[in-house]
Design a binder for this molecule. Structure first.
Ligand code: EPZ
Length: 427
């Protein structure tokens, strides 16, 4: 297994391109199932999860082709076409590798009237149930049964009628599955307390580009008027607000100044607010979003929340940055039950973090030291990279396959910004 070696202490500076958003791409890809016409997605990030999703879609008979990507390019163009489906089963060995596979359930049900998808199971950050996905689909008329670790879903003859569902808690994935099921329903569907993340807006924008009729895009109430069929489209994946926020924390902790080319400021308001509170200068420039250290980091107190609140996917990275603040920060993780796997590893580097239940108190320290650390989940792994960039000496991050799921060409981008970072194979 590869490792990433970081020799800390370098200020990051310069301009880095922000890649297409992983969490948008993973819900745009299954939209190919909703039409027999070609769907072309531009700015797809080169990530392990995207490759896994492509492989899963191929299992259903979806043809995929990658165009025009030179090795040095960031991002790829993929054209997908589900002319006819040869299978409606998403098997355990594929779903267990990538939980987002569950996002084929809604579109497969809409297109084929049936879908059999392995239950995704939990992961490092929580048990990750899918009950809300299933309740929303049932509210739209699906018949759902659970058997032998699989979800078997059927639509009535003639297709899903549509319906009304109110989410008891905000769920990004369940909103996405419900949206992709409703667009081809015979009637109108309404979702209350729907997720409002920018990735949901990206999905709605693609579905509308394919001919769907959706009202309330960007709000927590979505009304979807089903249409008999959708056509193909060409669509640009939105920039990754979490990748951009991660590099912003890396710039800040190293006392650097980095321009995030392509970052969309309106997606990052809560992150920008947290960085500003921490004393970091953030400014929209012609080149992109400039993030520059501006004196010592100050402590921050915040809770994660659904959009437009502070993203849970940014919690670990912000925490790493706040390890070096002058004072104590208080972070509360309200979305997932076990998203502090990075705390013991950061403390092994000399951080002083006290995590109890959902709350972590980050007592700022003068310095942290490089160490051998273990990546556990995607965002925890990035927090170790961020800490390593500011640590004295060498940090070796093990099991970096976690990082490859969500950060396109990470070490190349950090080297581009002046970081002393290299990847070495074997373990
Ligand atoms: C998406 O996961 C993202 N993944 C996650 O990013 C992100 O952390 C999360 O949304 C929250 O923003 C992708 O988009 C591929 P949820 P998802 O359904 O859809 C509970 C990353 O690092 N819940 O919004 O699975 C759930 O347990 C990943 O890029 C139910 O109870 O998240 C959690 O407590 C990690 N029942 C809360 O809702 C359900 O049926 C929010 O989960 C579904 C969710």
């Amino acid at each position: 297994m590869d490792k990433i070696i970081i020799r800390g202490g370098r200020r990051l500076s310069g301009t880095v391109p922000v890649s297409g958003a992983k969490n948008a791409a993973l819900t745009l890809l299954p939209c190919a199932l909703l039409t027999d016409e070609p769907l072309t997605l531009r700015n797809l990030p080169r990530l392990a999860d995207i490759d896994s999703f492509q492989h899963l879609l191929n299992q259903f008979g979806v043809s995929t082709s990658i165009a025009g990507a030179r090795p040095e390019d960031f991002g790829r163009v993929m054209t997908l076409q589900a002319t006819r489906l040869t299978s409606t089963v998403a098997p355990y060995d594929l779903v267990r590798k990538m939980r987002a596979s569950i996002l084929v359930l809604g579109p497969m049900l809409a297109r084929a009237g049936e879908a059999t998808v392995s239950l995704p199971g939990g992961c490092a950050i929580g048990n990750r149930p899918i009950d809300l996905h299933l309740k929303a689909l049932e509210a739209f008329g699906a018949v759902i049964e659970l058997a032998a670790g699989y979800v078997r879903a059927h639509a009535p003859d003639g297709g899903l009628p549509g319906g009304v569902y109110t989410f008891p808690v905000v769920s990004v994935g369940a909103t996405e599955n419900a949206l992709m099921a409703a667009v081809l329903a015979t009637g109108t569907s309404t979702l209350h307390n729907a997720a409002r993340e920018p990735e949901i807006v990206d999905l709605c924008n693609l579905l509308v580009a394919m001919g769907a009729q959706i009202e309330g895009i960007g709000t927590s109430q979505l009304v979807i008027h089903g249409v008999p069929r959708l056509h193909g489209a060409t669509y640009m994946v939105m920039p990754d607000r979490i990748e951009a926020g991660s590099y912003a924390c890396a710039a800040a902790i190293t006392g650097g100044d980095v321009t995030l080319a392509g970052a969309r400021i309106e997606d990052m308001a809560a992150t920008i607010q947290a960085l500003t509170e921490a004393g970091v200068h953030v400014e929209q420039t012609r080149g992109g979003l400039l993030v520059a250290a501006n004196g010592p980091l100050r402590p921050v107190t915040l809770s994660t929340a659904p959009f437009p609140g502070f993203a849970t996917d940014m919690q670990a990275q912000l925490m790493a940055m706040l390890c070096m603040a002058k004072g104590s920060s208080v972070l509360t993780e309200t979305i997932f039950e076990n998203r502090y796997m990075h705390v013991p590893e950061l403390n092994r580097m000399g951080a002083n973090i006290d995590a109890k239940g959902r709350t972590a108190i980050v007592h700022g320290v003068e310095r942290i030291a490089g160490a051998d650390v273990m990546a556990t989940d995607l965002r925890a792994s990035m927090s170790l990279i961020i800490a390593g960039l500011a640590a004295e000496g060498e940090t070796r991050v093990h099991r970096v396959y976690h990082l490859d799921r969500g950060y396109e060409r990470l070490e190349e981008k950090l080297v581009l910004l002046g970081g002393d970072v290299e990847r070495i194979g074997g373990d």
